[in-house]
Design a protein around this ligand. Sequence first.
Ligand code: DQA
Length: 152
Amino acid sequence: MTTVLVLNGPNLNLLGTRKPEVYGRTTLSDVEALCRAEAAELGLTVEFRQSNHEGELVDWIHEFGWEAKAGRCIGAVVNAGAYTHTSVALHDAIEGIELPVIELHISNVHRREPFRHHSYISPVAVGVVVGLGVQGYPLAIRALSQLSRDAG
Ligand code: DQA
């Protein structure tokens, strides 16, 4: 079965308790369940991962880039958290391995502090989902599925 990777960066393990006025009360395992339900409707399996470590995220992007090249993965939904705004390494990993990525943010980063307005991920993403809350995850999975169907 074909896989979609859902990748979460630093502090997203705290979802549900961290700044609920910004990120809501849904936990990361609730998000995982939302993703699995959406993927099942589309005939996809989900690889759902979270790390607080930049290098581990880079390694996983490479791993699933190879899976995509082998036709076993349609791409990734990536919420890189704060690394969105700092990480040239994540930018280079996505660009280098050519993994189709939809960048995702739960909050509307453009309504927040100026340091959240720049993304190193956007220039190498096929699309961006911002500010729709956790419902953005299943929407992004659906979009990746449609884009992969259109491409192939
Ligand atoms: C976030 C927005 C980032 O600016 C922040 O550092 C996060 C979460 C979001 O999902 O809204 O950790 O990516």
